[in-house]
Design a protein around this ligand. Structure first.
Ligand code: IMP
Ligand code: MG
Length: 184
C-alpha cells in the first residue's frame, strides 16, 4: 500500500539527521549568547523540531503554535489564522527561532514572524527543514534551510498526506499515479 503511494524517497532518515546536526551547529554558534526560544509549528514540524533541538548546544526553551491557512486543496489563499498561540511575560528578552517543516507560498512563516514581532519579541528568525522556493507567493526567505526541493508534494517525517504518514522516519515524494486517483 505505502509503496504504491511513494514515487521516491527525498530525504532519508540519515540525511534528516545530518541536516539536524549541521543546522544545530550553526544555531548553537549563532545563539550562544542569546535567549533562544524555539517555536515549533504544529503539527508538521514536530519531528524536525525535536531532532533539531537535540543537536543544539545553546541553552534553549520551547514554545508550540498551530496555524491554519485557508485554502482549497493544495493552494493557500494567503490568510493565516492562529489556532494555538503562546504567551509569556519575558517576550521582550527572547530571541525566537520558528521551526517549520516546509516553506511553500511563504504565507505561514511571514505571518508568524510578524505575529511574534508584534508581541514585542527581541528578535525572530526562521528555520525550515524543506524549502520550495519556486512556489513562493510572498517576499519571504527562511534564515536556516535544511534542503531546497522542487515543486512536488512530499510527506513523512512530520509532513502529512491527509493527516497520515507523519510517523515515517523519512520524507517521500507522492506518486503522480496516487494523486491522479484523488483527482489532484
Ligand atoms: P505556506 O504557508 O504556503 O508556506 O505553507 C506552509 C505549509 O503548507 C506547511 O507548513 C505545510 O503544512 C503545508 N505544505 C506545503 N507543501 C507541503 C507538502 O509538500 N507536503 C505537506 N505539506 C505541505
Ligand atoms: Mg506546516
Amino acid at each position: 500500500m505505502l509503496e504504491s503511494i511513494i514515487k521516491h524517497i527525498l530525504v532519508t532518515e540519515e540525511e534528516a539527521q545530518d541536516i539536524c546536526r549541521r543546522l544545530g551547529k550553526e544555531i548553537s554558534r549563532d545563539y550562544a549568547d542569546k535567549n533562544l526560544v524555539l517555536v515549533c509549528v504544529l503539527k508538521g514540524s514536530v519531528m524536525f523540531a525535536v531532532d533539531l533541538a537535540k543537536q543544539i548546544d545553546a541553552v534553549c526553551e520551547m514554545e508550540f503554535v498551530r496555524t491554519y491557512s485557508y485554502g482549497n486543496g493544495t493552494e493557500s489563499t494567503g490568510k493565516v489564522q492562529m489556532l494555538i498561540d503562546f504567551d509569556r511575560p519575558d517576550i521582550a528578552e527572547c530571541d525566537f527561532l520558528v521551526i517549520e517543516d516546509i516553506v511553500d507560498s511563504g504565507n505561514t512563516l511571514k505571518f508568524l514572524v510578524e505575529h511574534i514581532l508584534a508581541k514585542g519579541a527581541k528578535s525572530v528568525r526562521t528555520c525550515t527543514l524543506l524549502d520550495k522556493p519556486s512556489r513562493r507567493k510572498v517576499d519571504f526567505n527562511p534564515d536556516y534551510v535544511g534542503k531546497e526541493i522542487p515543486d512536488e508534494f512530499v510527506f513523512g517525517y512530520g509532513l502529512d498526506l491527509f493527516e497520515k504518514y507523519r510517523d515515517l522516519p523519512y520524507v517521500a515524494v507522492v506518486s503522480p499515479e496516487y494523486l491522479a486517483t484523488l483527482g489532484l
